[in-house]
Design a binder for this molecule. Structure first.
Ligand SMILES: *Cc1c(COP(=O)(O)O)cnc(C)c1O
Length: 470
């Protein structure tokens, strides 16, 4: 009986686009969905960075599926509760507004639904990913033979870099092997250590100076001490753009130290890496080109929608040597390696599409403008803050971190919490950062919608916060 049953359509809800004709219902659905998104963008200033309250529609599928109009209404409810990166006061983190071309590219990416695991499932897109990684590597100045792989976030790029470094050092089965980074390095390194089956003490943290840069003498001492104790170091991680304040470790000196000792240098440039793309700012991350591996997150500064991270390596064969297992269920790669043979991820969307189209939209001038204007906004806000009352920490990038002078930890906690609340009431969102024993407020000036007038208002609220007794 089963053999004679006619195959019926699943429902009449136009679940999939017609493969025969340009589908008019899908077209109007996508138009309506984009109209909702444009509306949401257009109301950003009116609303503020954070929603007043959050409600959610049902998460459970109803017995019968919903038509387009009902779906859009439910989407709207979720959108009402979203963080709004376009608001000029959205300055808390490294989550800038998305580039318009990248939004379109992401939509197309979903529609194409290609898989970067293997070339037969993404013929043009696999090549695009390889080419754009190579362009980044060339532009940063990496040697020939370099390349990279796209990753869904900087945490993953850092993990892959450390796994490759350990593998190339021949220390895969050394449970005492260590990584050295600064105390201001990113928390994802500790996660990586745990994933790699090492104990937490395998991450050795070197203190930073009053500029937030790794103290090189202490690094040398620590490397000597490790050697004395018989512990092998498979990577030193320099940070180009620390999360706390945007400091850049001395990369040239780190290279010298690592080369002398034969240690892999990974540069976590999740924040600072893109500054190497413009001649006007590349000096800020000088030395990055000599790294063995680099994590770089276009999602954090350039407005490429999440996730967009790249792991670049000086020698691409290190990645395939580390991650290649063979893909017995796939046709061989037409050129070099399949995407899935260069890193940890298997099935993977073509995140490269929104990166590529976004960069094409920006052009060299647009990239430069974004980077330089972000730094200029940081300088502007810095100048407006009352320097006699604030302890201001910064770095060469677009982050600024500050707390009132001469207060203890408890008072800094109170000040940062109450001031953040007061700022949110004025539609400014800054982040609180616990750093070296005190609480700070941090502004990340990567939002191109933030104008001088906003920063003047922000500085005034901050300066006034010190007048009130806390
Ligand atoms: C954000 C960040 C990461 C992690 O990147 P995700 O994309 O959030 O996983 C790593 N290192 C630094 C310095 C960062 O700022």
């Amino acid at each position: 009986m089963a053999g004679t049953t006619q195959i019926k359509p699943v429902t009449s809800l136009a679940l999939f686009a017609s493969p025969d004709v340009v589908d008019p219902t899908l077209q109007s659905f996508l138009q309506d969905a984009s109209a909702r998104l444009c509306q949401w963008f257009g109301e950003a200033t009116e609303r503020g960075p954070l929603p007043a309250d959050i409600s959610l529609p049902s998460v459970r599928p109803d017995k019968r599926g919903l038509p387009f109009a009902a779906l859009l209404d439910e989407l709207q409810v979720v959108m009402e509760g979203a963080y709004q990166p376009l608001h000029p006061g959205a300055l808390a983190h490294l989550d800038p507004p998305p580039l318009t071309a990248s939004i379109a590219a992401d939509l197309i990416c979903s529609g194409l639904n290609n898989n970067l695991l293997a070339e037969e499932l993404s013929p043009s897109l696999s090549r695009l990913e390889r080419e754009i990684c190579r362009w980044f590597a060339d532009t940063l100045g990496l040697p020939s033979g370099s390349g990279g792989v796209a990753a869904s976030g900087g945490s993953l790029s850092n993990l892959m870099a450390l796994v490759a470094a350990r593998n190339i050092a021949g220390l895969r089965d050394d449970s005492m092997a260590v990584v050295v980074a600064s105390e201001d390095s990113h928390v994802s390194l500790l996660k990586a250590i745990r994933v790699m089956g090492l104990m937490d003490d395998a991450l050795e943290l070197i203190p930073t100076d009053d500029q937030g840069m790794m103290l090189l003498d202490l690094l040398r001492d620590r490397l000597d001490l490790l050697k004395e104790n018989g512990r092998k170091c498979f990577a030193v991680v320099g940070t180009a753009g620390t999360t706390a304040r945007g400091a850049v470790d001395p990369l040239v000196e780190l290279r010298e130290i690592c080369s002398k000792q034969g240690i892999w240098l990974h540069v976590d440039a999740a924040i600072g890496g893109v500054f190497a793309l413009s001649e006007q700012t590349s000096q800020l991350v000088n030395g990055i080109a000599k790294a063995d591996s680099i994590t770089l997150n276009p999602q954090k500064v350039l407005g490429i929608p999440k996730t967009s991270s790249l792991l670049l390596v000086a020698d691409l064969s290190h990645l395939s040597n580390t991650f290649s297992t063979g893909l017995p269920y796939m046709e061989p790669a037409w050129s070099e390696s399949h995407g899935g043979e260069l890193g940890l991820q298997g099935s993977k969307p073509a995140e490269v599409l929104k990166l590529w189209l976004g960069l094409r939209q920006l052009g060299e001038e647009g990239i430069n403008d974004l980077l330089v204007s972000a730094i200029n906004r940081r300088c502007f806000l810095n100048a407006k803050l009352d320097a006699s009352s604030f302890n201001i920490l910064g770095g060469p990038l677009h982050l600024i971190t500050f707390t009132p002078k001469n207060i203890d930890q408890k008072k800094s906690l109170l000040w940062s919490a109450t001031t953040r609340e007061a700022l949110l009431n004025q539609k400014f969102m800054l982040s609180r950062h616990s750093y070296k024993g005190k609480y700070y407020l941090k502004a990340v000036l990567g939002n191109p919608n933030t104008k001088s007038i906003h920063l003047e208002n922000l500085a005034k609220i901050l300066n006034d916060s010190l007048q009130k007794k806390s």
